[in-house]
Design a protein around this ligand. Structure first.
Ligand code: FE
Ligand code: FE
Ligand code: FE
Length: 173
């Protein structure tokens, strides 16, 4: 049981470390099942970033003299399971893409909440290296969330209204 803020901080790091590693496995599945070129590119780019975020978390553990260790994040496990269910229950094309964006944004919002909290804990605990690293990832998660909103707003959601896939999006990427 965590009895200090530092212990709670370390528990949170283990949780998000497990979550990022789970996302490294899940993003390629979302990539394969998405159709829109911009969405596929966004997922691919965020996969590369997520791999860097795993390494960055290892540096956070290291900065505190700890070995990186994961602990199952029940929230991300649930969001991933729900996302799979959405992909399985939607027609391929703009409707499934809209569902993938919705799931992706649920992930990003969980990450934004988590990294924001961990950064605040790092600041209070005066863990300066950890703070810098966590803020860098927080910025990436926010950008990823904004990009997904833009992709949905600019064309995807309107295409999904009648489920029509524009020919330019077929067999893309
Ligand atoms: Fe992440
Ligand atoms: Fe969690
Ligand atoms: Fe993310």
């Amino acid at each position: 049981m965590a009895t200090t803020l530092k212990e709670l901080f370390i528990d949170g790091l283990k949780d998000i470390y497990w979550a990022e590693k789970a996302l490294v496995k899940t993003l390629p599945i979302m990539f394969d099942r998405a159709s829109d070129v911009k969405l596929k590119t966004a997922i691919k780019d965020h996969l590369a970033q997520t791999k860097e975020q795993v390494v960055r978390l290892e540096k956070v553990f290291e900065s505190m003299g700890l070995k990186a260790e994961g602990k199952k994040c029940l929230a991300i496990e649930g969001i991933i399971n729900e996302g799979t269910e959405v992909m399985d229950s939607t027609a391929e094309g703009p409707v499934r893409d809209a569902g993938i964006i919705a799931s992706g944004q649920k992930v990003e919002h969980y990450e934004i909440a988590t990294y924001g909290t961990l950064a605040a804990f790092a600041k209070t605990l005066n863990e300066r290296t950890a703070l810098d690293l966590l803020l860098k990832t927080l910025g990436e998660e926010k950008k990823s969330d904004t990009l997904l909103s833009t992709i949905a707003d600019t064309n995807l959601n309107s295409q999904a209204v009648d489920g029509k896939l524009q020919s330019k999006d077929l067999n893309a990427v």
